[in-house]
Design a protein around this ligand. Structure first.
Ligand SMILES: NC(=O)c1ccc[n+]([C@@H]2O[C@H](COP(=O)([O-])OP(=O)(O)OC[C@H]3O[C@@H](n4cnc5c(N)ncnc54)[C@H](O)[C@@H]3O)[C@@H](O)[C@H]2O)c1
Ligand SMILES: [Zn+2]
Ligand SMILES: [Zn+2]
Length: 373
């Protein structure tokens, strides 16, 4: 299983166009790589940003960065997994920069090259068609394919008793939302927390806020079905932001104090401004949503100075994937992190419908099942 292989993959050939399901050639596993038979791969909004041209990954490319599957072969230098292991695939990191050495691989100094470069470090791609390079190693994996050669840093070994069909989304979106709460913010029990945009990332943040013991959890979105799901997951209040005075509503919910923690997944300037204005004294606002380069937010810095508030950006939930993803699985087993409620399943041939349903708001977390007909 270490030899070159014909695989089926969804290929992004042009910005703004549908993905094309094609047969590609996958080369041999390199010493630092793991060949994974992909069982499931979640669709994250970051894939959509690349298709739209917002990120620099060269096309044609195989995207997909929330894979889960079974190890079929390991390179000679791989130490953390063996053939037959079940794995979740998370974001790649270089492993040797100062941030990686400090256990902050979400802030790897080589993050862009590792995750968006579409190439190995030597410039090669693992994928090709008729001898032409196709970008691979997206987030170390390119998992919208039946098989992938994955860098060892992206591989997280998980218990084989958990259904791989569910696990793909733990690699990015769910990890990001939950980690932002449990790794970065660490709200004391009894805190208030608001999430702007209750897609996959936001919904995971809401479940994590419940785990952390937040007692006021507010979901803000424009899609009512997503707000209903947020309530099912533990939100105590919901706000449909269309036409709403969000700051006034958040102040009313918190009896005038404002909220302790705000997480924004929308990257919309007017919502970030509202979130900052609605913060309590010593509150923290976190941006996780991705925006095009150059977008600015005009925060009020006159009256808000005396609030002593914090604004920060958070990547990949500040998590060490090999540590945090198994924790999320334990929480899921304990019935405290029911992330499968977000999932809608699609075959690889239906991948463009999966993206459309995510955009339309009808499916929170589309998951591609590689074996589905
Ligand atoms: N920082 C990171 O490490 C990281 C990791 C994963 C994803 N992301 C980014 O996070 C963002 C969210 O990803 P996702 O997969 O959850 O996307 P998503 O589309 O599922 O969620 C976004 C949500 O925002 C809502 N929304 C849009 N406009 C709104 C408005 N005006 N008011 C209120 N809600 C509004 C949408 O209805 C949707 O529910 C994306 O930009 C993605 O690229 C960042
Ligand atoms: Zn690094
Ligand atoms: Zn993602």
């Amino acid at each position: 299983m270490n030899a070159p292989l014909r695989v089926t993959a969804a290929v992004a050939r042009e910005h703004g166009q549908s993905l094309l399901v094609e047969e590609l050639d996958l080369d041999e596993v390199r010493p630092n790589e793991v060949r994974v038979r992909i069982v499931s791969a979640g669709v994250c909004n970051t894939d959509a940003h690349v298709i739209a041209g917002m990120m620099p990954t060269p096309l044609p490319a195989v995207l997909g960065h929330e894979g889960a599957g079974i190890v079929e072969a390991v390179g000679s230098g791989v130490r953390s997994v063996s053939v037959g292991d079940h794995v979740v695939l998370a974001a790649a990191y270089c492993g040797v920069c100062r941030r990686c050495r400090a256990g902050e691989m979400a802030y790897c100094e080589n993050l862009f090259a590792e995750d968006f470069g579409g190439r190995r470090r030597d410039g090669s791609t693992s994928l090709s068609k008729d001898g032409q390079q196709v970008s691979s190693h997206f987030f170390g994996q390119s998992s919208f394919a039946t098989y992938a050669n994955v860098v060892e840093e992206s591989v997280v070994r998980v218990d084989p008793d958990v259904p791989l069909e569910h696990l793909g989304p733990l690699g990015c979106g769910i990890n990001t939302g939950a980690g932002t709460v449990l790794n970065e913010l660490r709200p004391p029990a009894g805190s208030s927390l608001v999430v702007f945009g209750t897609g996959a990332v936001g919904a995971a943040a809401i479940m994590a806020a419940v785990v952390a013991g937040c007692t006021t959890i507010i979901a803000v979105d424009i899609v009512d079905s997503r707000l209903e799901l947020a309530r099912e997951l533990g939100a105590t209040h919901t706000i449909n932001s269309q036409g709403a005075d969000i700051v006034a509503e958040l102040k009313a919910i918190t009896a005038g104090d404002g909220v302790n923690y705000a997480i924004d997944t929308t990257a919309r300037p007017e919502l970030l401004r509202a979130a900052a204005d609605a913060l309590a004294v010593r509150g923290t606002l976190v941006l996780v949503g991705a925006a095009p380069s150059g977008r600015e937010v005009p925060f009020e810095i006159g009256d808000s100075l005396i609030k002593g508030w914090t604004f920060k950006t958070v990547v990949q939930g500040s998590s060490v994937p090999q540590v945090f993803i198994p924790h999320l699985i334990d929480l899921w087993r304990a019935g405290r992190f029911p992330f499968e409620k977000l999932i809608g399943e699609y075959s690889l041939d239906q991948i463009n419908t999966a993206f459309e349903d995510s955009r339309a708001g009808t499916t929170v977390k589309p998951v591609i099942l590689m074996d589905a007909a």
